[in-house]
Design a protein around this ligand. Structure first.
Ligand SMILES: *Cc1c(COP(=O)(O)O)cnc(C)c1O
Length: 364
């Protein structure tokens, strides 16, 4: 069972599925981008043509997310992991930050922050293997905290903050890698949003940072590398050094694709529809079950299991033969995980569920 071009349904958590229309356009523009006589890969990042690509990408992202004028958009490198360091280095003015640890990524960010100041773990869901989002309506926020940090959608465990924590007036910083552009967000509620694009937006190698202007500081410690200052990149509009130029171009195509679909509200509606098909099946199945508390479920990453390791392995293997790829859960959780990002067509989810029905009949 394969689609156009022999492509299969790809449920990878990241790098992940991209819209076929975007890949087709990239293909068509690969050798000669808009009569420039060269590929975007071969083009100077100082050229007028490229300047137009990056400026249009930023403008389209601003339009999609309704980003206020007092926020900067940065296209950076270093993986989302580098943001675990850049956030505390740049934002810890008092040297204190509060972390809500709801999974492996938040934990890594918390551990990294400890190197630069006092990081407090103010809530966690580790007691139940990160299968829920803790109540964050009245946490013990540190008086001198520079920010409160969350990972908004937990890619590995399949949980999502459906209500933002009450930060009691402190700045909120969010890692949005695996839910970026999956639904509308009110950017005003955040001081900084960071996202690796390889989950929902583009090829690995680009990090998008949306940062409120007043947080872009000059007075950083002497030792701070130039490349790790937001100010360096902000002053030069993400062109301080060679940016991940081709990746940004693909992100730009994805932004156009989202605009054509009707923007983030339309995208959210489609994502809810897809997720509901899968969750409804899981809730009614006698063989499979979801691993996350219902009110914490992610629209993007759906982990599930059977009660037998053997059946899990068999399912993953047989699904592969049906053209349903990369359904193995993260090594720290086991079982299965279906990542159903923006670019996963509804037919992909329907095919998965119909295979699960068949598998259940054959194995119970
Ligand atoms: C994938 C992921 C990361 C890690 O991203 P890298 O680009 O590999 O550093 C961090 N946070 C979240 C939420 C992720 O999904």
């Amino acid at each position: 069972m394969s689609n156009k071009y022999g492509r299969f349904y790809n449920f990878s958590a990241g790098p992940a599925v991209l819209p076929v229309e975007v890949l087709e356009q990239a293909r068509d523009e690969m050798l000669n981008y808009k009569n420039s006589g060269m590929s975007v890969m071969e083009m100077s990042h100082r050229s007028k043509t490229y300047d137009n690509i990056i400026k249009t990408a930023e403008a389209d992202l601003r339009e999609l997310m309704n980003i206020p004028d007092n926020y900067k958009v940065l296209f950076l490198q270093g993986g989302d992991h580098l943001q675990f360091s850049m956030v505390p280095i740049n934002l810890m003015k008092n040297g204190v930050a509060d972390y809500i640890v709801t999974g492996q990524w938040a934990k890594k960010a918390y551990d990294e922050a400890k190197k630069y100041g006092k990081a407090n773990k103010i809530a966690s869901s580790e007691d139940k293997t990160f299968s829920y989002i803790p109540d964050c309506s009245n946490l013990n926020i540190s008086e001198d905290a520079d920010y409160v940090y969350i990972c908004e959608n937990n890619t590995i465990y399949g949980t999502k903050f459906h209500t933002l924590p009450n930060t009691k007036g402190k700045d909120l910083v969010a890692d949005m890698s695996s839910c970026f552009l999956s639904e509308p967000v009110d950017v005003n509620k955040y001081a900084l949003i960071h996202a690796g694009v390889q989950k929902n937006v583009g090829p690995a190698g680009v990090q998008i940072v949306i940062i409120r202007e007043d947080l872009i500081r000059e007075d950083l410690p002497e030792w701070c590398p130039t490349m790790l200052k937001y100010k360096t990149h902000s002053d030069k509009e993400s062109l301080y050094n060679t940016p991940p130029a081709y990746g940004i171009y693909i992100c730009g195509l994805v932004f156009k694709w989202l605009q054509k679909l009707g923007g983030l509200s339309a995208m959210k509606e489609m994502n809810e529809k897809k997720a509901k098909i899968l969750y409804d099946f899981l809730d009614n199945s006698k063989l499979f079950r979801g691993t996350v508390e219902k009110n914490s479920r992610s629209l993007m990453n759906v982990p599930f299991v059977t009660d037998s390791e053997e059946l899990n392995a068999k399912f993953i293997e047989e699904a592969k033969n049906e053209g349903l790829l990369q359904l193995k859960g993260h090594r720290s959780v086991g079982g299965m995980r279906a990542s159903i990002y923006n670019a996963m067509p509804i037919d992909g989810v329907l095919s998965l569920v119909s295979f699960m029905e068949k598998f259940e009949k054959q194995n119970s």
